[in-house]
Design a binder for this molecule. Structure first.
Ligand code: ADP
Ligand code: MN
Length: 511
Protein backbone atom coordinates (compact mmCIF):
# COMPACT_ATOMS: atom_id res chain seq x y z
CA UNK A 1 0.00 0.00 0.00
CA UNK A 2 2.80 2.34 0.93
CA UNK A 3 4.55 1.74 -2.35
CA UNK A 4 1.45 2.45 -4.37
CA UNK A 5 0.88 5.87 -2.83
CA UNK A 6 3.82 7.86 -4.23
CA UNK A 7 3.18 6.48 -7.67
CA UNK A 8 -0.37 7.65 -7.55
CA UNK A 9 0.74 11.01 -6.18
CA UNK A 10 3.22 11.42 -8.98
CA UNK A 11 0.40 10.92 -11.44
CA UNK A 12 -0.01 14.45 -12.76
CA UNK A 13 3.73 14.90 -13.32
CA UNK A 14 4.28 11.99 -15.68
CA UNK A 15 0.87 12.01 -17.28
CA UNK A 16 2.07 13.92 -20.31
CA UNK A 17 4.97 11.58 -21.03
CA UNK A 18 3.34 8.26 -20.34
CA UNK A 19 3.37 6.23 -23.57
CA UNK A 20 0.11 4.58 -22.60
CA UNK A 21 -1.62 7.95 -22.22
CA UNK A 22 -3.18 9.43 -19.13
CA UNK A 23 -4.93 7.11 -16.72
CA UNK A 24 -8.65 7.56 -16.55
CA UNK A 25 -8.74 8.21 -12.84
CA UNK A 26 -6.04 9.82 -10.76
CA UNK A 27 -6.69 9.44 -7.11
CA UNK A 28 -4.31 11.01 -4.64
CA UNK A 29 -5.19 8.72 -1.80
CA UNK A 30 -4.34 5.10 -1.98
CA UNK A 31 -7.43 3.22 -2.97
CA UNK A 32 -8.28 -0.42 -3.05
CA UNK A 33 -8.53 -0.14 -6.81
CA UNK A 34 -4.83 0.69 -7.09
CA UNK A 35 -3.84 -2.35 -5.17
CA UNK A 36 -6.25 -4.44 -7.14
CA UNK A 37 -4.94 -3.20 -10.44
CA UNK A 38 -1.40 -3.91 -9.41
CA UNK A 39 -2.39 -7.42 -8.55
CA UNK A 40 -4.28 -7.63 -11.78
CA UNK A 41 -1.21 -6.50 -13.65
CA UNK A 42 0.84 -9.19 -11.99
CA UNK A 43 -1.77 -11.76 -12.78
CA UNK A 44 -1.93 -10.63 -16.36
CA UNK A 45 1.80 -10.81 -16.66
CA UNK A 46 1.85 -14.27 -15.19
CA UNK A 47 -0.86 -15.34 -17.55
CA UNK A 48 1.08 -13.97 -20.44
CA UNK A 49 4.22 -15.77 -19.39
CA UNK A 50 2.32 -18.97 -19.00
CA UNK A 51 0.71 -18.50 -22.36
CA UNK A 52 4.06 -17.95 -24.01
CA UNK A 53 5.72 -21.10 -22.77
CA UNK A 54 3.44 -24.03 -21.99
CA UNK A 55 3.09 -25.45 -25.50
CA UNK A 56 6.78 -25.31 -26.02
CA UNK A 57 7.47 -26.96 -22.73
CA UNK A 58 4.76 -29.49 -23.37
CA UNK A 59 6.24 -30.21 -26.74
CA UNK A 60 9.68 -30.52 -25.24
CA UNK A 61 8.47 -32.98 -22.66
CA UNK A 62 6.24 -34.81 -25.01
CA UNK A 63 7.27 -36.43 -28.19
CA UNK A 64 10.85 -35.28 -28.32
CA UNK A 65 12.18 -37.22 -25.44
CA UNK A 66 12.46 -40.91 -25.67
CA UNK A 67 15.74 -41.57 -23.91
CA UNK A 68 15.91 -42.60 -20.29
CA UNK A 69 17.52 -39.36 -19.08
CA UNK A 70 14.30 -37.47 -19.61
CA UNK A 71 14.91 -34.81 -16.99
CA UNK A 72 18.35 -33.78 -18.04
CA UNK A 73 17.46 -33.53 -21.66
CA UNK A 74 14.40 -31.39 -21.04
CA UNK A 75 16.39 -29.21 -18.67
CA UNK A 76 19.01 -28.78 -21.30
CA UNK A 77 16.30 -27.94 -23.75
CA UNK A 78 14.77 -25.33 -21.48
CA UNK A 79 18.12 -23.86 -20.68
CA UNK A 80 18.87 -23.57 -24.36
CA UNK A 81 15.55 -21.91 -25.00
CA UNK A 82 16.11 -19.38 -22.28
CA UNK A 83 19.62 -18.82 -23.49
CA UNK A 84 18.26 -18.19 -26.93
CA UNK A 85 15.89 -15.53 -25.63
CA UNK A 86 18.75 -13.91 -23.80
CA UNK A 87 21.02 -14.10 -26.81
CA UNK A 88 18.39 -12.55 -28.98
CA UNK A 89 18.13 -9.50 -26.72
CA UNK A 90 21.88 -9.38 -26.50
CA UNK A 91 22.17 -9.34 -30.28
CA UNK A 92 19.55 -6.63 -30.57
CA UNK A 93 21.61 -4.49 -28.22
CA UNK A 94 24.73 -5.25 -30.21
CA UNK A 95 22.98 -4.20 -33.38
CA UNK A 96 21.98 -0.91 -31.81
CA UNK A 97 25.55 -0.29 -30.77
CA UNK A 98 26.81 -1.17 -34.21
CA UNK A 99 24.37 1.30 -35.74
CA UNK A 100 25.36 4.01 -33.31
CA UNK A 101 29.03 3.57 -34.07
CA UNK A 102 28.64 3.41 -37.83
CA UNK A 103 26.16 6.25 -38.18
CA UNK A 104 26.06 7.49 -41.77
CA UNK A 105 29.66 6.60 -42.41
CA UNK A 106 30.42 4.94 -45.73
CA UNK A 107 32.91 2.69 -44.07
CA UNK A 108 31.33 0.59 -41.37
CA UNK A 109 32.46 -1.92 -38.86
CA UNK A 110 30.59 -5.08 -38.04
CA UNK A 111 30.06 -6.85 -34.76
CA UNK A 112 28.80 -9.89 -36.62
CA UNK A 113 31.46 -12.12 -35.09
CA UNK A 114 30.34 -11.25 -31.61
CA UNK A 115 26.72 -12.19 -32.11
CA UNK A 116 25.32 -15.02 -30.06
CA UNK A 117 22.41 -16.14 -32.18
CA UNK A 118 23.00 -16.48 -35.83
CA UNK A 119 20.04 -15.25 -37.80
CA UNK A 120 17.25 -17.75 -38.20
CA UNK A 121 17.53 -17.75 -41.95
CA UNK A 122 21.25 -17.94 -42.30
CA UNK A 123 22.32 -21.35 -43.40
CA UNK A 124 25.17 -21.60 -40.99
CA UNK A 125 27.16 -24.74 -41.30
CA UNK A 126 28.43 -24.89 -37.78
CA UNK A 127 28.42 -28.64 -37.78
CA UNK A 128 30.59 -28.91 -40.84
CA UNK A 129 33.43 -26.76 -39.60
CA UNK A 130 34.38 -26.83 -36.02
CA UNK A 131 34.96 -23.12 -35.95
CA UNK A 132 35.67 -23.23 -32.25
CA UNK A 133 39.01 -24.70 -33.14
CA UNK A 134 39.79 -22.89 -36.34
CA UNK A 135 38.71 -19.39 -35.49
CA UNK A 136 41.22 -16.74 -34.68
CA UNK A 137 41.46 -16.43 -30.95
CA UNK A 138 41.20 -12.71 -30.09
CA UNK A 139 42.20 -13.31 -26.50
CA UNK A 140 45.53 -14.90 -27.01
CA UNK A 141 48.09 -13.32 -24.71
CA UNK A 142 49.68 -10.25 -26.21
CA UNK A 143 53.37 -9.80 -26.55
CA UNK A 144 54.56 -7.09 -24.19
CA UNK A 145 55.56 -4.04 -26.15
CA UNK A 146 56.73 -1.54 -23.56
CA UNK A 147 58.96 -3.56 -21.29
CA UNK A 148 62.48 -3.84 -22.61
CA UNK A 149 63.96 -7.26 -23.21
CA UNK A 150 66.11 -7.36 -20.17
CA UNK A 151 62.91 -7.20 -18.10
CA UNK A 152 63.63 -4.11 -16.04
CA UNK A 153 64.20 -0.39 -16.36
CA UNK A 154 65.83 2.15 -14.08
CA UNK A 155 68.82 1.86 -11.81
CA UNK A 156 69.55 0.98 -8.21
CA UNK A 157 66.66 1.64 -5.85
CA UNK A 158 64.43 2.86 -8.70
CA UNK A 159 64.65 -0.34 -10.67
CA UNK A 160 61.32 -1.40 -12.14
CA UNK A 161 60.94 -4.96 -13.30
CA UNK A 162 58.28 -6.25 -15.68
CA UNK A 163 56.66 -7.82 -12.65
CA UNK A 164 56.11 -4.43 -11.05
CA UNK A 165 52.58 -4.24 -9.71
CA UNK A 166 51.80 -0.79 -11.08
CA UNK A 167 53.15 -1.42 -14.57
CA UNK A 168 51.52 -4.79 -14.70
CA UNK A 169 48.24 -3.39 -13.44
CA UNK A 170 48.15 -0.68 -16.09
CA UNK A 171 49.09 -3.10 -18.77
CA UNK A 172 46.37 -5.46 -17.71
CA UNK A 173 43.88 -2.62 -17.85
CA UNK A 174 45.03 -1.74 -21.34
CA UNK A 175 44.69 -5.34 -22.42
CA UNK A 176 41.02 -5.24 -21.59
CA UNK A 177 40.72 -3.32 -24.83
CA UNK A 178 41.19 -6.60 -26.59
CA UNK A 179 37.96 -8.01 -25.23
CA UNK A 180 35.01 -8.08 -27.54
CA UNK A 181 33.73 -4.53 -28.12
CA UNK A 182 30.44 -5.10 -26.34
CA UNK A 183 32.08 -6.59 -23.27
CA UNK A 184 31.53 -3.90 -20.65
CA UNK A 185 34.77 -3.17 -18.82
CA UNK A 186 34.23 0.47 -17.92
CA UNK A 187 36.66 3.31 -18.42
CA UNK A 188 39.61 1.69 -16.70
CA UNK A 189 42.29 3.49 -18.67
CA UNK A 190 40.83 6.93 -18.10
CA UNK A 191 40.96 6.51 -14.35
CA UNK A 192 44.39 4.89 -14.27
CA UNK A 193 42.93 1.62 -13.09
CA UNK A 194 45.43 -1.04 -12.17
CA UNK A 195 44.21 -4.58 -12.47
CA UNK A 196 45.99 -7.28 -10.57
CA UNK A 197 46.88 -10.34 -12.57
CA UNK A 198 44.35 -12.33 -10.63
CA UNK A 199 41.49 -9.98 -11.45
CA UNK A 200 42.57 -9.60 -15.03
CA UNK A 201 42.76 -13.35 -15.51
CA UNK A 202 39.33 -13.82 -14.00
CA UNK A 203 37.95 -11.13 -16.31
CA UNK A 204 39.66 -12.60 -19.29
CA UNK A 205 38.29 -16.01 -18.45
CA UNK A 206 34.82 -14.54 -18.19
CA UNK A 207 35.05 -12.66 -21.47
CA UNK A 208 36.37 -15.77 -23.07
CA UNK A 209 33.61 -18.03 -21.81
CA UNK A 210 30.90 -15.51 -22.76
CA UNK A 211 32.31 -15.51 -26.23
CA UNK A 212 32.38 -19.26 -26.48
CA UNK A 213 28.94 -19.83 -25.07
CA UNK A 214 27.07 -19.88 -28.33
CA UNK A 215 29.73 -22.11 -29.72
CA UNK A 216 29.27 -24.51 -26.86
CA UNK A 217 25.63 -24.78 -27.80
CA UNK A 218 26.77 -26.73 -30.79
CA UNK A 219 29.19 -28.94 -29.02
CA UNK A 220 30.22 -32.16 -30.59
CA UNK A 221 28.69 -34.37 -27.94
CA UNK A 222 25.25 -33.32 -29.07
CA UNK A 223 25.86 -35.15 -32.28
CA UNK A 224 25.93 -38.52 -30.64
CA UNK A 225 22.36 -38.77 -29.36
CA UNK A 226 21.65 -41.81 -31.42
CA UNK A 227 18.85 -43.27 -29.36
CA UNK A 228 16.63 -40.24 -29.10
CA UNK A 229 13.86 -39.46 -31.52
CA UNK A 230 15.48 -36.14 -32.23
CA UNK A 231 18.72 -34.72 -30.94
CA UNK A 232 19.00 -31.39 -29.09
CA UNK A 233 20.07 -29.64 -32.25
CA UNK A 234 16.92 -30.69 -34.02
CA UNK A 235 14.81 -29.79 -31.02
CA UNK A 236 16.32 -26.36 -31.11
CA UNK A 237 15.55 -26.09 -34.80
CA UNK A 238 11.95 -27.05 -34.07
CA UNK A 239 11.82 -24.65 -31.17
CA UNK A 240 12.98 -21.85 -33.41
CA UNK A 241 10.12 -22.60 -35.75
CA UNK A 242 7.66 -22.30 -32.87
CA UNK A 243 9.48 -19.33 -31.43
CA UNK A 244 9.38 -17.45 -34.72
CA UNK A 245 5.62 -17.96 -34.84
CA UNK A 246 5.76 -19.99 -38.02
CA UNK A 247 4.37 -22.95 -36.14
CA UNK A 248 1.76 -22.60 -33.44
CA UNK A 249 2.40 -25.84 -31.55
CA UNK A 250 4.02 -29.14 -32.19
CA UNK A 251 1.49 -31.63 -30.91
CA UNK A 252 3.11 -35.01 -31.25
CA UNK A 253 4.73 -37.72 -33.27
CA UNK A 254 2.88 -39.31 -36.18
CA UNK A 255 5.47 -41.81 -37.24
CA UNK A 256 8.91 -43.05 -36.33
CA UNK A 257 10.63 -44.76 -39.18
CA UNK A 258 14.13 -45.96 -39.77
CA UNK A 259 15.10 -42.86 -41.65
CA UNK A 260 12.73 -40.21 -40.43
CA UNK A 261 10.46 -39.06 -37.65
CA UNK A 262 7.28 -37.25 -38.58
CA UNK A 263 5.53 -34.79 -36.24
CA UNK A 264 2.21 -33.05 -36.40
CA UNK A 265 2.03 -29.29 -35.81
CA UNK A 266 -0.49 -26.53 -36.01
CA UNK A 267 0.60 -23.83 -38.41
CA UNK A 268 1.21 -20.29 -37.27
CA UNK A 269 1.82 -17.06 -39.11
CA UNK A 270 4.24 -16.56 -41.90
CA UNK A 271 6.88 -13.85 -41.70
CA UNK A 272 6.25 -12.94 -45.31
CA UNK A 273 2.83 -12.07 -46.58
CA UNK A 274 2.98 -13.95 -49.85
CA UNK A 275 3.32 -17.26 -48.05
CA UNK A 276 0.50 -18.94 -46.20
CA UNK A 277 1.26 -21.54 -43.56
CA UNK A 278 -1.27 -24.39 -43.72
CA UNK A 279 -3.44 -24.76 -40.60
CA UNK A 280 -1.93 -28.18 -39.95
CA UNK A 281 1.60 -29.21 -40.82
CA UNK A 282 3.66 -32.37 -40.93
CA UNK A 283 7.31 -32.04 -39.91
CA UNK A 284 9.57 -34.67 -41.37
CA UNK A 285 12.84 -34.88 -39.50
CA UNK A 286 15.43 -36.87 -41.37
CA UNK A 287 17.41 -38.84 -38.85
CA UNK A 288 20.89 -37.69 -38.30
CA UNK A 289 22.04 -41.10 -37.24
CA UNK A 290 24.04 -41.97 -40.24
CA UNK A 291 24.14 -45.74 -40.47
CA UNK A 292 20.57 -46.07 -41.68
CA UNK A 293 21.31 -44.10 -44.76
CA UNK A 294 24.14 -46.16 -46.07
CA UNK A 295 21.90 -48.48 -48.04
CA UNK A 296 20.25 -45.57 -49.78
CA UNK A 297 23.47 -44.48 -51.45
CA UNK A 298 22.52 -45.92 -54.76
CA UNK A 299 19.56 -43.61 -55.10
CA UNK A 300 21.51 -40.45 -54.70
CA UNK A 301 25.04 -41.32 -55.71
CA UNK A 302 24.02 -41.94 -59.29
CA UNK A 303 21.51 -39.13 -59.46
CA UNK A 304 23.22 -36.76 -61.85
CA UNK A 305 21.43 -33.83 -60.20
CA UNK A 306 23.54 -34.44 -57.13
CA UNK A 307 26.57 -35.94 -58.76
CA UNK A 308 28.95 -33.02 -58.48
CA UNK A 309 28.07 -32.46 -54.90
CA UNK A 310 28.11 -35.99 -53.63
CA UNK A 311 31.82 -36.63 -53.62
CA UNK A 312 32.58 -33.48 -51.66
CA UNK A 313 30.05 -34.09 -48.96
CA UNK A 314 30.23 -35.47 -45.49
CA UNK A 315 27.47 -37.80 -44.29
CA UNK A 316 25.68 -35.03 -42.44
CA UNK A 317 25.31 -33.02 -45.60
CA UNK A 318 24.08 -36.06 -47.46
CA UNK A 319 21.23 -36.34 -45.00
CA UNK A 320 20.33 -32.74 -45.64
CA UNK A 321 20.37 -33.59 -49.27
CA UNK A 322 17.65 -36.18 -48.69
CA UNK A 323 15.47 -33.50 -47.19
CA UNK A 324 16.36 -31.19 -50.05
CA UNK A 325 15.51 -33.89 -52.57
CA UNK A 326 12.14 -34.49 -50.99
CA UNK A 327 11.44 -30.78 -51.15
CA UNK A 328 12.37 -30.46 -54.82
CA UNK A 329 10.43 -33.55 -55.76
CA UNK A 330 7.33 -32.44 -53.87
CA UNK A 331 7.52 -29.07 -55.60
CA UNK A 332 7.64 -30.70 -59.00
CA UNK A 333 4.63 -32.83 -58.10
CA UNK A 334 2.77 -29.83 -56.74
CA UNK A 335 3.38 -27.99 -60.00
CA UNK A 336 1.97 -30.92 -61.95
CA UNK A 337 -1.13 -30.96 -59.78
CA UNK A 338 -0.47 -34.35 -58.22
CA UNK A 339 -2.09 -34.58 -54.77
CA UNK A 340 0.84 -34.46 -52.35
CA UNK A 341 1.97 -32.48 -49.31
CA UNK A 342 2.79 -28.89 -50.03
CA UNK A 343 6.25 -27.73 -48.99
CA UNK A 344 6.22 -25.07 -46.29
CA UNK A 345 9.89 -24.73 -45.41
CA UNK A 346 13.13 -26.66 -45.35
CA UNK A 347 15.65 -26.12 -42.57
CA UNK A 348 18.66 -28.33 -42.78
CA UNK A 349 17.37 -31.88 -42.29
CA UNK A 350 13.88 -30.76 -41.22
CA UNK A 351 11.16 -30.47 -43.83
CA UNK A 352 7.86 -28.83 -42.97
CA UNK A 353 4.95 -29.57 -45.27
CA UNK A 354 1.19 -29.47 -45.20
CA UNK A 355 -0.51 -32.19 -43.20
CA UNK A 356 -2.60 -34.75 -45.06
CA UNK A 357 -5.41 -35.48 -42.63
CA UNK A 358 -7.51 -33.51 -40.22
CA UNK A 359 -7.55 -32.58 -36.52
CA UNK A 360 -4.20 -34.22 -35.83
CA UNK A 361 -5.35 -37.51 -37.34
CA UNK A 362 -3.23 -38.41 -40.35
CA UNK A 363 -4.94 -39.79 -43.42
CA UNK A 364 -4.71 -43.59 -43.46
CA UNK A 365 -2.28 -45.39 -45.72
CA UNK A 366 -3.89 -47.21 -48.62
CA UNK A 367 -2.85 -50.47 -46.99
CA UNK A 368 -4.82 -49.63 -43.84
CA UNK A 369 -8.05 -48.41 -45.38
CA UNK A 370 -10.92 -50.59 -46.56
CA UNK A 371 -12.32 -49.16 -49.74
CA UNK A 372 -15.50 -50.27 -51.44
CA UNK A 373 -15.02 -51.57 -54.96
CA UNK A 374 -16.03 -48.28 -56.51
CA UNK A 375 -13.47 -46.29 -54.51
CA UNK A 376 -10.86 -48.98 -55.12
CA UNK A 377 -11.37 -48.65 -58.86
CA UNK A 378 -11.24 -44.88 -58.59
CA UNK A 379 -8.03 -45.11 -56.56
CA UNK A 380 -6.53 -47.38 -59.19
CA UNK A 381 -7.20 -45.08 -62.14
CA UNK A 382 -6.02 -42.12 -60.16
CA UNK A 383 -2.79 -43.93 -59.26
CA UNK A 384 -2.19 -44.88 -62.88
CA UNK A 385 -2.74 -41.27 -63.86
CA UNK A 386 -0.43 -39.95 -61.17
CA UNK A 387 2.33 -42.37 -62.14
CA UNK A 388 2.11 -41.14 -65.72
CA UNK A 389 2.10 -37.52 -64.65
CA UNK A 390 5.01 -38.14 -62.33
CA UNK A 391 6.99 -39.70 -65.16
CA UNK A 392 6.05 -37.35 -67.99
CA UNK A 393 5.43 -34.00 -66.34
CA UNK A 394 7.69 -34.22 -63.30
CA UNK A 395 10.33 -36.39 -64.97
CA UNK A 396 10.39 -38.52 -61.85
CA UNK A 397 10.08 -42.10 -60.73
CA UNK A 398 8.79 -42.45 -57.18
CA UNK A 399 11.11 -45.37 -56.42
CA UNK A 400 9.31 -46.37 -53.22
CA UNK A 401 5.74 -46.48 -54.41
CA UNK A 402 3.43 -48.86 -52.63
CA UNK A 403 0.28 -48.87 -50.50
CA UNK A 404 2.56 -47.73 -47.64
CA UNK A 405 3.32 -44.40 -49.25
CA UNK A 406 -0.11 -43.61 -50.60
CA UNK A 407 -2.60 -41.95 -48.30
CA UNK A 408 -6.37 -41.95 -48.74
CA UNK A 409 -7.76 -38.52 -47.99
CA UNK A 410 -10.72 -36.50 -49.26
CA UNK A 411 -11.76 -39.34 -51.53
CA UNK A 412 -8.47 -39.51 -53.37
CA UNK A 413 -4.96 -40.91 -53.24
CA UNK A 414 -2.09 -38.68 -52.07
CA UNK A 415 1.52 -39.51 -52.79
CA UNK A 416 4.09 -39.00 -50.03
CA UNK A 417 7.67 -39.96 -49.18
CA UNK A 418 9.55 -38.86 -52.28
CA UNK A 419 13.02 -38.24 -50.89
CA UNK A 420 14.34 -41.22 -52.81
CA UNK A 421 12.57 -40.38 -56.06
CA UNK A 422 14.84 -40.12 -59.09
CA UNK A 423 14.65 -39.06 -62.70
CA UNK A 424 13.89 -41.85 -65.16
CA UNK A 425 17.38 -41.61 -66.67
CA UNK A 426 18.97 -42.40 -63.31
CA UNK A 427 21.17 -45.47 -63.91
CA UNK A 428 18.59 -47.57 -62.04
CA UNK A 429 15.57 -45.40 -62.75
CA UNK A 430 13.71 -47.92 -64.90
CA UNK A 431 14.34 -50.72 -62.45
CA UNK A 432 12.87 -48.58 -59.71
CA UNK A 433 9.89 -47.83 -61.91
CA UNK A 434 9.36 -51.51 -62.59
CA UNK A 435 9.42 -52.25 -58.88
CA UNK A 436 6.87 -49.48 -58.29
CA UNK A 437 4.68 -50.95 -61.01
CA UNK A 438 4.89 -54.40 -59.44
CA UNK A 439 3.76 -53.05 -56.06
CA UNK A 440 0.91 -51.05 -57.52
CA UNK A 441 -0.29 -53.80 -59.87
CA UNK A 442 -0.24 -56.40 -57.12
CA UNK A 443 -2.05 -54.16 -54.66
CA UNK A 444 -4.92 -53.31 -56.98
CA UNK A 445 -5.20 -56.77 -58.44
CA UNK A 446 -5.45 -58.22 -54.95
CA UNK A 447 -7.87 -55.41 -54.14
CA UNK A 448 -10.21 -56.77 -56.75
CA UNK A 449 -9.81 -54.21 -59.51
CA UNK A 450 -10.45 -56.33 -62.59
CA UNK A 451 -9.25 -53.61 -64.98
CA UNK A 452 -5.86 -53.28 -63.25
CA UNK A 453 -2.96 -53.72 -65.67
CA UNK A 454 -0.29 -56.21 -64.78
CA UNK A 455 3.15 -54.90 -63.83
CA UNK A 456 4.59 -55.07 -67.36
CA UNK A 457 1.61 -53.39 -68.98
CA UNK A 458 1.66 -50.76 -66.28
CA UNK A 459 5.37 -50.15 -66.85
CA UNK A 460 4.80 -49.55 -70.55
CA UNK A 461 1.75 -47.39 -69.88
CA UNK A 462 3.67 -45.17 -67.50
CA UNK A 463 6.97 -44.94 -69.36
CA UNK A 464 5.59 -44.87 -72.88
CA UNK A 465 8.13 -47.56 -73.73
CA UNK A 466 7.11 -50.66 -75.58
CA UNK A 467 8.91 -53.55 -74.02
CA UNK A 468 7.37 -56.67 -75.48
CA UNK A 469 8.86 -59.42 -73.33
CA UNK A 470 6.07 -61.54 -71.97
CA UNK A 471 7.84 -62.75 -68.86
CA UNK A 472 9.38 -61.01 -65.92
CA UNK A 473 12.98 -62.15 -66.45
CA UNK A 474 13.20 -61.02 -70.08
CA UNK A 475 11.39 -57.83 -69.25
CA UNK A 476 13.86 -57.02 -66.53
CA UNK A 477 16.75 -57.80 -68.88
CA UNK A 478 15.40 -55.36 -71.47
CA UNK A 479 15.05 -52.69 -68.84
CA UNK A 480 18.64 -53.15 -67.80
CA UNK A 481 19.78 -53.04 -71.41
CA UNK A 482 18.02 -49.71 -71.85
CA UNK A 483 19.64 -48.37 -68.73
CA UNK A 484 23.02 -49.47 -69.97
CA UNK A 485 22.44 -47.81 -73.33
CA UNK A 486 21.73 -44.59 -71.52
CA UNK A 487 24.81 -44.92 -69.36
CA UNK A 488 26.99 -45.54 -72.40
CA UNK A 489 25.54 -42.48 -73.98
CA UNK A 490 26.43 -40.46 -70.91
CA UNK A 491 29.96 -41.85 -71.02
CA UNK A 492 30.41 -41.00 -74.69
CA UNK A 493 28.61 -37.71 -74.94
CA UNK A 494 28.83 -36.38 -71.44
CA UNK A 495 25.11 -35.87 -71.24
CA UNK A 496 22.11 -37.94 -70.54
CA UNK A 497 19.21 -38.82 -72.78
CA UNK A 498 16.32 -36.48 -72.20
CA UNK A 499 13.90 -39.35 -72.33
CA UNK A 500 13.84 -42.98 -73.26
CA UNK A 501 12.15 -43.33 -76.60
CA UNK A 502 9.79 -46.09 -77.59
CA UNK A 503 10.85 -48.96 -79.78
CA UNK A 504 12.34 -48.04 -83.12
CA UNK A 505 12.45 -44.29 -82.77
CA UNK A 506 15.82 -42.62 -82.42
CA UNK A 507 16.52 -41.54 -78.85
CA UNK A 508 15.70 -37.96 -77.95
CA UNK A 509 18.69 -36.07 -76.67
CA UNK A 510 18.98 -33.20 -74.31
CA UNK A 511 19.78 -29.87 -75.95
P1 ADP B 1 9.40 -42.74 -44.06
O1 ADP B 1 10.62 -42.53 -44.90
O2 ADP B 1 9.70 -42.87 -42.62
O3 ADP B 1 8.51 -43.83 -44.61
P2 ADP B 1 7.22 -40.97 -44.79
O4 ADP B 1 7.36 -39.70 -45.55
O5 ADP B 1 6.61 -42.12 -45.52
O6 ADP B 1 8.63 -41.34 -44.18
O7 ADP B 1 6.36 -40.65 -43.50
C1 ADP B 1 6.08 -41.64 -42.55
C2 ADP B 1 4.63 -41.62 -42.18
O8 ADP B 1 4.28 -40.35 -41.66
C3 ADP B 1 3.71 -41.84 -43.36
O9 ADP B 1 3.45 -43.19 -43.56
C4 ADP B 1 2.47 -41.09 -42.96
O10 ADP B 1 1.64 -41.90 -42.17
C5 ADP B 1 3.01 -39.96 -42.11
N1 ADP B 1 3.14 -38.73 -42.92
C6 ADP B 1 4.22 -38.30 -43.59
N2 ADP B 1 3.99 -37.14 -44.18
C7 ADP B 1 2.73 -36.80 -43.90
C8 ADP B 1 1.88 -35.69 -44.23
N3 ADP B 1 2.31 -34.68 -44.99
N4 ADP B 1 0.63 -35.68 -43.74
C9 ADP B 1 0.19 -36.69 -42.97
N5 ADP B 1 0.93 -37.74 -42.63
C10 ADP B 1 2.18 -37.82 -43.08
MN1 MN C 1 7.13 -44.03 -46.06
Amino acid sequence: LAAAAPEAAAGPAWQGKCPWGAPNTTSISCSLADVMSEQLAKELQLEEENAAFPEVVAAAEGPFITGENVDTSSDLMLAQMLQMEFDREYDAQLRREEKKINGDSKVSISFENYRKVHPYDSDSSEDEVDWQDTRHDPYRADKPTTTPRRGFIGKGKDITTKHDEVVCGRKNTARMENFAPEFQVGDGIGMDLKLSNQVFNALKQHAYSEERRSARLHEKKEHSTAEKAVDPKTRLLLYKMVNSGMLETITGCISTGKESVVFHAYGGKSATEDKVIPPECAIKVFKTTLNEFKNRDKYIKDDYRFKDRFSKLNPRKIIRMWAEKEMHNLTRMQNAGIPCPQVVILKKHVLVMSFIGKDQIPAPKLKDVTLNSEDMKKAYYQTLNMMQQLYKECNLVHADLSEYNMLWHDGKVWLIDVSQSVEPTHPHGLEFLFRDCRNVAQFFQKGGVAEALNERELFNAVSGLNITADNEVDFQAEIEALEKMNEDHVQNHGKKLATFSSDGDPPIYDE
